[in-house]
Ligand binder design. Structure first.
Ligand code: ADP
Ligand code: ZN
Length: 511
């Protein structure tokens, strides 16, 4: 073992020009050089590529790398070649395929990058059986799991292909895998349990902030004003990226837009300019950022709820790769949860359980009065301290109050008005505002009319939001609110509602 690493360290210095391994890299490389199958879970930027590139140089034969995106493959090829590694890609867009196959046969390649749909074809297996293969590296290995957020059926065909080469070790790599997904990857790819190596996920230089959305553009503008360095704003749709880019651009800060609907030249130019810039703001869909090596991104803003905790971690992880202080801001609304719940209804049975768990975890993250980082790290199987000192809740602990009674009043008002009205109307009934509408509907004689007074009135919006996050209130097609499956437990007093009141925003306002 020690011998492995002595040789590896030498190659690390000579070929890659690095003086030491980072984090779990040495553990992973050591196992791979021992030809034992491994799953390495390492956050973005931790240096996953080196874990197979270095063994590929040291082991006899070619390392076959399965990677899901052709664009990423070509980036990786360039960086491997820049390190003097003999490498090639075999994809539908490569015109030199015959030459690559010849180089593979001649044993001239250290690395061969292929897409999963090619790797799983019978004639590719046939080709490999005529060559000397040192290692299978499976990048973005969470794609093999239906529990992961990015399932790709082609990944399921990799195990049978690799089974034809029982003597070749496997190295699966991913940045995003909760405990459930990890176990699934091990099973699906035939890697023993003791082959799991997990790197520390903490990104101490990133400060997490999570805030309900009210006036989004103004909220984002305040962060931009405080952060002159480059930043990314993630918006949920193409249209939203364009609208926001337009609004934010009016402040004079160079602001560009990126989404899959733009012409390829525009996308390439915007990405190129962003990487080169020291102040640009990119408003983008989450398609932007993968495979971009820009270490000095100072802020990442989410204008809406991300898909999962993994996605949130990965997207915010694009900030501060250089280790300097950076911020991640998430702005969420009850409607984000409402929409996600509606989508649940359109999903196949097999996916609902996973999606519901993901949504629940996001709800706990945005609504906690505790440390955000602790929630993130626990999600990745770590045991972090209770407080981190570098997230919104640790820096100014929010007040948490018992809002059970107000929640019951709210749900009663929705029930008594026959689940036909929106939040604004329900609030006006609760606070006893007499209007033509309330008179015509006969709602002024309801027992809930005017039962919320004084300070309680200010809590109606957060209560409504919290009930929606918890599935006790659901939106109707007509913009109204109706009782959800979890409303009963609140109404009967079986479940309390502890409400987190965000501290006032004087911190960001001052500056
Ligand atoms: P990942 O795929 O995990 O996101 P990469 O493989 O792209 O990460 O590596 C991220 C960056 O870290 C690259 O610029 C790489 O050159 C650098 N890097 C990797 N290993 C080391 C090391 N041992 N020492 C210094 N830099 C490293
Ligand atoms: Zn914290």
């Amino acid at each position: 073992m020690a011998q492995n690493l002595a040789g590896a360290l030498d190659t690390l210095k000579r070929t890659f020009g690095f003086s030491a391994f980072r984090g779990v890299q040495s553990q992973v490389v050591d196992r791979v050089l021992d030809r034992r199958s491994t799953l390495a879970v390492m956050p973005t930027g931790a240096g996953k590529s080196l874990c197979y590139q270095l063994p590929a140089l040291m082991l006899d034969g070619t390392c076959v790398v399965v990677s899901p995106l052709i664009a990423l493959m070509h980036d990786q090829l360039r960086s491997a070649e820049a390190n003097g590694i003999s490498a090639a890609t075999l994809t539908s867009v490569d015109e030199n395929r015959a030459e690559t196959v010849q180089r593979l046969r001649d044993g001239d390649l250290d690395l061969l990058y292929v897409a999963p749909e090619r790797a799983s074809q019978p004639h590719f297996r046939e080709l490999l059986s005529q060559c000397r293969i040192a290692l299978f590296a499976i990048d973005e290995a969470h794609c093999v799991s239906e529990w992961g957020h990015d399932f790709r059926p082609d990944y399921r065909l990799l195990a049978p292909m690799m089974d034809a080469f029982p003597q070749v070790p496997r190295l699966a790599l991913t940045a995003t895998a909760d405990a459930h997904t990890r176990a699934d990857i091990l099973t699906q790819l035939g890697i023993p349990e003791d082959g799991l190596i997990v790197a520390g996920f903490d990104r101490p230089n990133i400060r997490y902030h999570i805030t309900p959305r009210d006036s989004l553009a103004r909220q984002i503008q305040q962060i931009m004003d405080a952060q002159p360095g480059p930043g990314i704003v993630y918006a949920p749709t193409r249209a939203a990226t364009e609208r926001l880019a337009e609004t934010l651009g009016r402040s004079g800060r160079e602001t560009r837009c990126y989404h899959a609907g733009l012409p390829p030249e525009t996308r390439a130019r915007n990405q190129h300019d962003f990487v080169a810039s020291e102040s640009m703001v990119m408003v983008a869909t989450v398609a932007f950022g993968m495979g971009i090596d820009k270490p000095d991104v100072r802020f990442v803003i989410h204008a809406g709820l991300p898909k999962s905790i993994e996605a949130y971690y990965q997207e915010t992880g694009r900030a501060g790769r250089d280790g300097d202080p950076s911020v991640a801001h998430l702005f969420w609304g009850a409607d984000d949860f409402a929409r996600a719940r509606m989508r649940l209804g359109e999903m196949g049975e097999d996916r609902i359980a996973g999606e519901r768990t993901r949504l629940g975890a996001l709800g706990a993250l945005v609504e906690t009065a505790g440390c955000r980082r602790a929630i993130l790290l626990r999600h990745f199987g770590e045991s972090p301290p209770e407080t981190c000192g570098n997230c919104d809740n640790c820096l100014s602990p929010p007040k948490s109050i018992d809002a059970t009674v107000i929640a019951q009043k709210y749900l009663s008002a929705v029930a008594r008005t026959r689940q036909m009205f929106g939040a604004g109307y329900v609030e006006s009934i609760l606070t006893g505002q007499s209007t033509d509408r309330s008179r015509q509907n006969g709602h002024e004689s309801l027992s809930v009319f005017g039962i919320v007074e004084g300070e309680e009135a200010a809590m109606l919006k957060p209560v409504s939001r919290a009930l929606q996050v918890r599935g006790a209130l659901l939106p109707t097609e007509h913009g109204g609110l109706m009782l959800g499956p979890d409303a009963r437990a609140f109404l009967k007093g079986e479940v309390p509602l502890d409400l987190v009141l965000p501290p006032r925003r004087q911190r960001t306002k001052r500056r």
